[in-house]
Design a protein around this ligand. Structure first.
Ligand code: AMP
Length: 420
């Protein structure tokens, strides 16, 4: 049996957990400040949900989803490869729209895609995302872009870049698809193998191929802006003017498309240079048809997903994170074997009063216990021996200045509480 974590997954060890918590707590705070409320959905869902939402002709549905098998055979369940579909499913299943149509929701948690692992790309990864369901207002598109940028800003990540595009509605997309096929058809033989395959299946994806040759070849592609219908043009114009009015810097990228079929109108991505080839920190956009496609009423919706692992990589590159010093306040040292049970009760007493305290459980010598207290960065060491117990006192050493003092046992809690 292999004792290694599966390829493309990672353990988050105690030294690394604090940066994860910092990122997650910042997300919760910033998302809530913008009026978003947390929603939690199951890790697995009926597979059909993703086929219907993400789209059959996408990499995720074609080859990246993990199906579940039980002892009695395969099930129809899939480990979630993204969360938008799950959130919309929950929104409809629980009739959240009947209570209040416009709902602003956020989530965080793990996702699963069977991709080729590399830096910034794993098979189990985590996302922090928002979904604003029930509005066609282009201001909501700008709200969530501003929210994602505010989150990176609050974390201290510098140098992230917002790229936006509009991919129109199905009506404009049909016209654009025809035009794109006509132009790219002329240079099809210069495209990479994957893109030649994509030509019939999902021609839009050719536009965001990272292959250098494809990037050059696709320069001849027409701009989607020329094919947008009046409604989509107007929507995108409001998005752009609102971004400008609010001094939110962005780049219009006519090659930006997203890997899901459900997007309509605005799409965006936030990238960071430190990430190498997998440089997207966040992807999002509007998906005005998804709720109806999943059986709900027609309504506008928009959202984004931020990759937690990549956010942590960008945060470390920005050198903006100070690891938190997890220290215990009091380390209780047992002078001999007989006093260990008294030490144990004393540690319990401190903890019950919310004073972080610990002791040795490995039978260490007095000296080794002092060294351990030092390594744990304890602020105070309390020494308990038969003498102290008999006299009802404790000896306290302040580890910052080495000063020692004696206190009556009854005064100890008050003393530590007064010492911040
Ligand atoms: P997507 O759901 O594909 O739009 O991705 C949204 C964000 O999730 C991306 O911008 C990445 O930051 C992150 N992400 C997507 N796929 C992976 C992966 N396989 N490993 C790590 N992060 C990922």
């Amino acid at each position: 049996m292999s004792l290694k974590a599966p390829a493309g997954t990672q353990d988050i060890l105690p030294d690394d957990v604090s940066i994860w918590r910092y990122v997650e707590e910042t997300a919760r705070r910033v998302f809530q400040d913008y009026g978003y409320r947390e929603i939690r959905t199951p890790i697995f869902e009926e597979g059909g949900l993703f086929n219907r939402s993400i789209g059959e002709a996408t990499d995720i549905v074609e080859k990246e989803m993990y199906g579940l098998t039980t002892k009695s055979g395969p099930t129809s369940f899939i480990l979630r490869p993204e969360l938008t579909a799950s959130v919309v499913r929950a929104y409809l299943e629980h009739n959240l729209h009947k209570d209040k149509k416009f709902q602003k929701l956020y989530y965080l948690g793990p996702l699963f895609r069977h991709e080729r692992p590399q830096k910034g790309r794993t098979r189990q990864f985590h996302q922090l995302g928002v979904e604003a369901l029930g509005s066609y207002d282009p201001l909501v598109d700008v709200e969530i872009m501003g929210l994602a940028l505010a989150f990176f800003n609050q974390l201290g990540i510098k140098g992230s870049e917002l790229k936006i595009n509009s991919i129109g509605c199905p009506k404009c997309r049909d016209a654009y698809r025809t035009a794109l096929k006509e132009e790219l058809g002329k240079v099809k033989s210069d495209l990479c193998e994957k893109c030649r395959e994509r030509f019939d299946r999902n021609v839009f994806r050719i536009l965001d191929c990272k292959n250098r040759q494809c990037c050059v070849t696709t320069k001849c592609a027409p701009s989607v802006k020329e094919y947008l219908c009046a409604d989509c043009t107007e929507h995108f114009a409001v998005v752009e003017s609102t971004l400008k009015e609010n001094n939110i810097k962005y780049i219009f990228d006519q090659h930006l498309v997203r890997g899901f079929d459900y997007y309509t109108k605005t799409v965006f991505e936030i990238t960071h240079d430190s990430l190498g080839s997998q440089n997207a920190l966040c992807g999002g956009g509007r998906y005005d048809n998804l709720v109806a496609e999943l059986g709900g009423p027609a309504m506008g919706a928009t959202g984004f997903a931020i990759g937690t692992e990549r956010t942590i990589l960008a945060l470390m590159a920005s050198q903006a994170y100070q690891p938190e010093n997890v220290t215990i306040k009091v380390f209780v040292v047992a002078v001999d074997e007989q006093t260990r049970s008294d030490c144990f009760s004393f540690v319990r007493e401190l903890r019950e009063q919310d004073i972080p305290a610990d002791m040795d459980y490995e039978g260490k010598s007095l000296k080794a216990q002092m060294r351990l207290a030092d390594r744990l960065k304890a602020k105070y060491v309390v020494v308990l021996g038969p003498q102290e117990i008999k006299q009802g006192i404790v000896r306290i050493k302040d580890m910052a200045d080495g000063q020692e003092k004696e206190l009556k046992r009854l005064e100890v809690i008050k003393y530590f509480k007064s010492k911040g």
